[in-house]
Design a protein around this ligand. Structure first.
Ligand code: KG4
Ligand code: ZN
Length: 343
């Protein structure tokens, strides 16, 4: 079963082709990130105009990839698209392209929730070190942590079609605080990779300030990061030597957010007795989050899965993988973008 997946919910435009939910045959992505840098965040109109410009050239690049394996676009069995949540102008471009492809090639259309797509990036198997084998798929039941610029959610999955939302952020998303704190510290956009880079240069691994770990010990599975962001803002406002201190503050901020994300995910995993944890979304590219989740997962005898760093961010292959396992068939004439889609 070969599925073509389209992703255009935010600033990336991406088309992937995946066989049987795991093997990537093609993955082509264009990002308008550099155009948003000077504004310190995504400008929806700029993103959508760029997506309109690049989507057909991307499709043509996918076609070239397929031809190398003697396949044509019409050999694809199903078309999938992320139809929400996201920016409405951006979503429309992916959704209308997918509808057109499904209608013109007479293929079934599958609607995918972008957030569920992030989880399925963990099924896209990189080649394992053992020749000819692929890495193992996550085992159910599992807890998924989705951490992106717009979302922070904990989800329990007992099977592909049994998805239960456990909790999420009450205010800012994890990626959003990385971006806001980076701006406060005079670092570039997107903030996550910048904070990670600067925090790494803080060699002493101790900090003279201690930021709060909001809701760390609460029994629920919700998050709240706005207090942590305010704590950084307050320190920056009261410090005259911010450039000198930015490494230490980035380090302590990253420690605080990773402490909370790891502790709450492990708590959920233990409470529901799951076999694995999967992490997805842009913040899943953070090396410290990856390291700490792996260490704590191992201590608790729980498998921990992260996508490769390039598949942690938005991509069409994860949408194709999600579609293979969760067949949400939709009417190609009727599918509508849903910017506020939840679980
Ligand atoms: O999933 P994504 O590409 O787009 C959304 O759907 O939002 O996530 C983007 C977010 C940004 O907030 C960015 O700062 C964050 O992911 N991010 C990181 C890292 N790389 C990207 N956060 C922390 N550490 C990173 N290495
Ligand atoms: Zn995303």
């Amino acid at each position: 079963m070969i599925i073509l997946g389209i992703e255009s919910t935010c600033d990336e435009t991406s088309i992937g082709v995946v066989e049987n939910g795991r093997k990537t045959l093609s993955s082509q992505t264009a990002s308008s990130l550099s155009m948003h840098r000077k504004y310190g965040g995504v400008v929806p109109e700029v993103a959508a105009r760029e997506q309109l410009r690049v989507i057909i050239p991307l499709l043509s690049a996918v076609q070239d990839d397929l031809e190398e394996t003697n396949l044509k676009l019409r050999d694809i069995d199903e078309i999938a698209v992320a139809y929400g949540p996201g920016l409405v102008g951006s979503l429309l471009i992916g959704v209308e392209t997918a509808k057109t492809l499904a209608l013109s090639f007479n293929k079934p259309l599958i609607g995918v929730n972008h957030l569920i797509g992030h989880m399925y990036a963990n099924w896209l198997a990189p080649k394992s070190k053992v020749k000819g084998q692929r890495s193992k798929a996550p085992t159910f039941p599992l807890v998924a942590l989705i951490v992106s610029g717009g979302h922070t959610d904990l989800i329990l999955m007992t099977n592909h079609d049994k998805v239960r939302w456990l909790g999420g952020t009450l205010d800012d998303a994890a990626g959003e605080v990385f971006d806001k704190v980076a701006r406060e510290l005079g670092l570039g956009y997107p903030g996550g990779p910048e904070i990670e880079r600067v925090a790494r240069s803080h060699k002493s691994k101790v900090a003279s300030v201690k930021f709060p770990r909001p809701k760390l010990n609460d029994q629920d599975f919700d998050f709240s990061f706005s207090g942590l962001k305010t704590a950084v803002v307050n320190i920056v406002g009261s410090s005259g030597f911010i450039v000198r201190r930015s490494a230490e503050l980035s380090y302590e901020f990253q420690e605080a957010i990773v402490d909370v994300l790891v502790a709450k995910t492990i708590k959920a995993a233990r409470k529901f007795g799951v076999k694995s944890i999967v992490v997805g979304g842009g913040v899943a590219a953070n090396s410290e989050l990856r390291r700490r989740m792996m260490v704590d997962g191992e201590k608790n005898n729980i498998e921990v899965h992260f996508p490769t760093k390039d598949l942690s961010v938005d991509n069409g292959a994860m949408i194709a993988a999600a579609a293979f396992y969760q067949k949400n068939f939709v009417d190609s004439l009727k599918l509508q973008a849903d910017p506020c889609l939840h679980f």
